[in-house]
Write a protein that binds this ligand. Structure first.
Ligand code: 13P
Length: 287
């Protein structure tokens, strides 16, 4: 059964570790992440972007697949199915479809509008017992690579959004989605510290987990980060393992073209990446 992310993140914040959000793209991704979480007895959050939701034939298809897998694979660890960087409309659709958690990313709106829309969703999520993530300070993407750092949130604005009753808060602290550029300035720990001072027990979310060095991850957790999002790293691992299989000509030998064989190395590579992250984040054995 899917659960809200509230309890797992409250425990993570108190226990000074972080729960990983791993984005899913298809059946192989979902199965790899769920099996790894179960093997390591770790809570887990499955992230679905609006684009990935569309790719997987809509949110109800995703809910059906994830619920089916939890039953068929006998998954007992807490699993939250979470909309990643949702629009206001997208969040509502996911709530209707049966997601157990949503993110409303209003960071591109003026703060007043971000507050107004977040407030409405707080009400809906509270009624249904779902967790809600809000965002302050946009997190840059790969196209921002030339700038060298993501946006840095205003701690006072973070406090305003946290006080609306959201479950967890994503704040830009110089983090970026995708690979980090050579000239990246690193995470702004002063900002993170200031945000945590003002928001207290609120679990903080670190986006752009791919490529952040282990020591920075550990420091971020020590300053209140309890959810870390990873997407690109699983994609890179999957692509590299698949490339190796094809370049070795394995798809040309025997039944090597069978998708169950062709996609197996990529599947194992996702499992290894998820395991490495769960160990780094400290969520192993916390289910
Ligand atoms: P990466 O793709 O950089 O790991 O970021 C994932 C993320 O933050 C999803 O919201």
């Amino acid at each position: 059964m899917l659960v809200s992310a509230k309890e797992m993140l409250t425990k993570a914040k108190a226990g000074k570790y972080a729960v990983g959000q791993f984005n899913i793209n298809n059946l192989e991704w979902t199965k790899a992440i769920l099996l790894t979480a179960e093997e390591l007895k770790s809570p887990v959050i499955l992230g679905v972007s609006e684009g990935a939701g569309k790719y997987m034939c809509g949110y109800t298809t995703v809910v059906g697949m994830v619920n089916g897998m939890i039953n068929e694979l006998g998954i007992t660890v807490p699993v939250a199915l979470h909309l990643d960087h949702g629009s206001y409309e997208g969040a509502k659709k996911c709530i209707e479809a049966g997601f157990s958690s949503v993110m409303f990313d209003g960071s591109h709106y003026p703060i007043e509008e971000n507050i107004a829309k977040t407030k409405e969703l707080v009400k809906i999520c509270e009624e249904k017992g779902l967790s809600l993530e809000a965002e302050v300070g946009a997190i840059g993407g790969e196209e921002d690579g030339v700038i060298g750092s993501g946006e840095v949130a205003d701690p006072a604005e973070c406090k305003m959004i946290a006080d609306l009753g959201v479950t967890m808060l994503a704040a830009g602290i110089g983090n970026i989605h995708g690979k980090y550029p050579e000239n990246w300035a690193g995470l702004s720990f002063d900002t993170l510290d200031a945000i945590q001072q003002l928001t207290g027990t609120m679990p903080l979310v670190l986006h752009g987990g791919t490529g952040i060095p282990a020591d920075m991850i550990k420091k971020a957790i020590s300053l209140g980060v309890s959810k870390i999002n990873v997407n690109t790293e699983c994609q890179l691992a999957f692509a590299a393992a698949t490339r190796e299989y094809v370049e070795a000509g394995k798809d040309l030998s025997g039944k090597g073209f069978d998708p169950r064989k062709l996609l197996a190395p990529g599947f194992e590579a996702i499992k290894a990446t998820v395991k490495e992250k769960m160990e780094l984040f400290g969520s192993v054995g916390k289910a």
